[in-house]
Design a binder for this molecule. Structure first.
Ligand SMILES: Cc1cc2nc3c(=O)[nH]c(=O)nc-3n(C[C@H](O)[C@H](O)[C@H](O)COP(=O)(O)OP(=O)(O)OC[C@H]3O[C@@H](n4cnc5c(N)ncnc54)[C@H](O)[C@@H]3O)c2cc1C
Length: 331
């Protein structure tokens, strides 16, 4: 018996060891893809080894109908809503590798192999938190990467912005949408160009170029940022974008990456590896739960077409193609 919406031993149930799609990663992208593919009557195995990228966050914000929902509750509801689709199986297995060709892929899990026609990689990104004392503890509590996600809750408080490269200085005036009290920290990583400094200062934004020695917490919250020499700058919230890296699976598969390190996909979520698609954070710098869910949905649409019809959906109707079509005489 296939147990939908519950953890099962993958590939040990049902008549065959062959899935239409195996999804690696059960965050918003993978869960959304599983829902669409389940509804399209595909046989799906969703493998999520955890933990979620946003595990440290108390709530997901900006996801319509889910604003303020905890990441744990989000996943619980998503899994619950997959339960009626008995053609979708959920597993806690870690997807280690994929071999073979489209329609005959061998997917290596921790405890054995299963077969699939296609694999959809939704493994998200790994945030590489710096070794700065206090950073890891405050990540998701007082340190955030995205003002759309957490700016509202923090509005009008004392913000810091930690930037690792000059191009991120542009983020500072943007953060003024949420607070008037903002200091930019470079952690002595680069000199701030004079014209940029003048522009920031005239906008009322502080600029601090000394090295940071530690982040000082008051309980779970940021209290101050300590600089080389011992001076402290009182701050409540720090926005920062730590470097990211791809997961072990993406590296193992050798998927082609763009210049920023994200998996390169075409409009149908196809990667450089035939039969392997990708969706969600791992493909883009534009990261958010709803964006990832949407990408998972789009990938699922493309997959459902390909697996049902044997080919991908027709390309989008561009104005040029529409004009060419209407210029043609009726058959
Ligand atoms: C602190 C923090 C707060 C955030 N707050 C918000 C917010 O308020 N609003 C918002 O919209 N966005 C927020 N985000 C961003 C949001 O969490 C991501 O954009 C979203 O989770 C991306 O979804 P995803 O499905 O692409 O990947 P993920 O959610 O990262 O899911 C990937 C899953 O794949 C699993 N996995 C990895 N490798 C394997 C493997 N080989 N086999 C099996 N499973 C594997 C991982 O364990 C993980 O569970 C936040 C992010 C962080 C870090």
């Amino acid at each position: 018996m296939v147990v939908a919406g519950a953890i099962v031993e993958p590939g040990r149930e049902g008549d065959s060891n062959m899935y239409d799609i195996i999804i690696a990663g059960g965050g918003p992208a993978g869960l959304s893809a599983a829902l669409i593919l389940g509804r399209a009557r595909k046989r799906v195995l969703l493998c999520d080894a955890g933990p979620p990228r946003n595990a440290r966050a108390h709530a997901i914000h900006g996801f319509v109908t889910r604003d303020g929902t905890s990441p744990t509750e989000f996943r619980r509801v998503a899994r619950e809503q997959l339960a009626p689709y008995t053609n979708v199986e959920l597993s806690g297995a870690f997807v280690e590798d994929v071999a073979g060709e489209p329609d005959a892929l061998d997917v290596h899990l921790g405890d054995g192999s299963v077969r699939a026609r296609r694999v959809l990689v939704c493994t998200g990104m790994i945030d590489e938190l710096p070794e700065l004392p206090g950073y890891r503890e405050l990540w998701g509590e007082s340190i955030f990467q995205c003002p759309f996600c957490h700016g509202w809750e923090a509005q009008d408080r004392r913000f810091g912005l930690l930037v690792a490269a000059p191009q991120w200085l542009e983020m500072a005036p943007f953060l003024r949408a949420w607070t008037d009290d903002l200091v930019v920290f470079t952690d002595a990583k680069f000199p701030v160009p004079e014209d940029v400094r003048a522009r920031l200062v005239s906008a009322g934004i502080g600029v601090e170029e000394r090295a940071i020695t530690r982040l000082i917490a008051d309980g779970p919250r940021l209290a101050a940022i300590e600089l080389a020499g011992g001076d402290r700058v009182t701050r409540d919230i720090l926005f920062a974008r730590p470097p990211q890296r791809q997961t072990a699976l993406v590296t193992r598969l050798g998927l082609g990456l763009d210049e920023s390190g994200y998996v390169r996909v075409d409009a149908r979520a196809q990667t450089s590896r035939p039969g392997v698609l990708a969706a969600g954070d791992l493909t883009t710098m534009m990261q958010g739960a709803l964006v990832a869910a949407s990408a998972g949905t789009m990938a699922a649409y493309a997959l459902a077409h390909t697996l049902t019809l044997g080919h991908a959906p027709a390309p989008a109707l561009t104005p040029e193609r529409a004009a060419a079509a209407s210029a043609r005489p009726p058959a």
